[in-house]
Design a protein around this ligand. Structure first.
Ligand code: KG4
Ligand code: ZN
Length: 345
């Protein structure tokens, strides 16, 4: 069985081919073409430019994915594609391409939810059977941040989600305030690596109603106020120390929610996903938390945390195996929810 995964929801044009031979899953190719250079001058992704670039890049990325995998389109068992959430114009590029491939080669089309794919990216390295149910899924990306209790295949109870900025967005905005290059998350994390995280205390938001929702916008304001206050005193803040202290606050918020949820649910494990999952400090703190509480922690390799086609192919494989196929009338869906999401507690 060979599945092609296509991802074009934001600023990465990506395609990957995954094979499943008797339960042995292997990644045959995983091509990601980043648009960082295109959007750099704007300090963020420009949707119209992004969709046009996907249109130019996708045929090249697909050719390379087939070439590296040594697979011809006619050998595919199914084609999986992100249909949302994401930027509408961008999503359409991938979706239309997948529909054409499905139609020409008479193979099933599988629609993949981008958020669910971030959760499934861990299965690229860890067989699904090794992750005990129920588990907590924490997805922290540039556009979304949520914590869900995963009770079974595709059965989610969302415990909390961000009420304002996503964790990655907070990193990106803080990096901008610190004069660091786009994309800010990795740049801020690199600075933080040689800074003192204990030097400044930034607020870790907690909801008054004690819900597990996140909030990161106050943190961004606190950082801006801190920088302004220091500069008013004629002090140029040490970038590394501020970055480390800021990162610590974001990580503390994420870990705090996971710890509380582990106490209130019967979760047996934690699965991490999304671009922020590449953050070294978050990975370290989550591993420590898992060890302290006796709970297994599963994280994708860093290259599979940020957007890629492999996670789409993985989610596609799981859906394909249960016969969950889409028709050629599949449309984009930008709602930021998981499929079959249950109402929160
Ligand atoms: O999952 P992703 O590639 O795209 C979305 O679905 O949004 O996540 C991208 C986000 C960006 O905000 C980026 O700054 C952040 O992930 N990110 C990081 C790191 N690497 C990527 N944030 C903190 N530390 C990192 N090492
Ligand atoms: Zn993503």
């Amino acid at each position: 069985m060979k599945i092609l995964g296509i991802e074009t929801s934001c600023d990465e044009t990506a395609a990957a081919i995954l094979s499943n031979e008797g339960g042995r899953v292997s990644l045959l190719s995983n091509i990601v073409s980043s648009q960082i250079a295109l959007h750099k001058d704007y300090g963020g992704v420009v949707p119209e430019l992004a969709s046009r670039r996907h249109l130019e890049n996708l045929p090249v990325v697909l050719d390379e994915a087939y070439r590296q995998a040594g697979v011809a389109p006619k050998d595919l068992s199914a084609v999986a594609v992100t249909y949302g959430p994401g930027l509408v114009g961008c999503l359409y590029v991938g979706l239309q391409a997948a529909k054409v491939i499905s139609w020409i080669h008479a193979i099933p089309l599988v629609g993949v939810n981008h958020l669910e794919a971030h959760l499934f990216s861990v299965f690229l390295e860890t067989p699904a059977a090794e992750v005990p149910l129920p588990y907590l899924g924490l997805v922290a990306s540039g556009g979304h941040t949520f914590l869900a209790l995963v009770q079974g295949e595709g059965v989610y109870r969302v415990l909390g989600r961000t009420r304002d900025d996503a964790a990655g967005e907070a990193f990106d905005k803080a990096a901008k305030a610190l004069g660091l290059q786009y994309p800010g998350g990795p740049a801020l994390a690199a600075e933080a690596d040689h800074g003192n995280a204990k030097l400044f205390t930034f607020p870790v938001a907690r909801m008054k109603d004690r819900s597990a929702d996140f909030s990161f916008s106050g943190l961004k304001t606190a950082l801006a106020n801190h920088l302004a206050a220091e500069r008013a005193k004629g002090i140029e803040p040490n970038l590394a120390d501020v970055a480390a202290s800021f990162q610590e606050a974001v990580v503390a918020s994420l870990i705090g929610h996971v710890t509380e949820a582990l106490e209130t649910t019967r979760a047996k494990a934690v699965v991490l996903g999304g671009g922020v999952a590449a953050n070294r400090r978050l990975r370290q703190r989550l591993t420590e938390t898992g060890n302290e509480l006796g709970v297994k922690v599963f994280m994708p390799s860093k290259e599979h945390c940020t957007d890629n086609g492999a996670m789409i192919a993985m989610a596609g494989l799981i859906k394909h195996q249960r016969g969950d196929h889409a028709g050629l009338d599949l449309d984009v869906d930008t709602s930021p929810v998981l499929p079959l999401e249950r109402s929160r507690t």
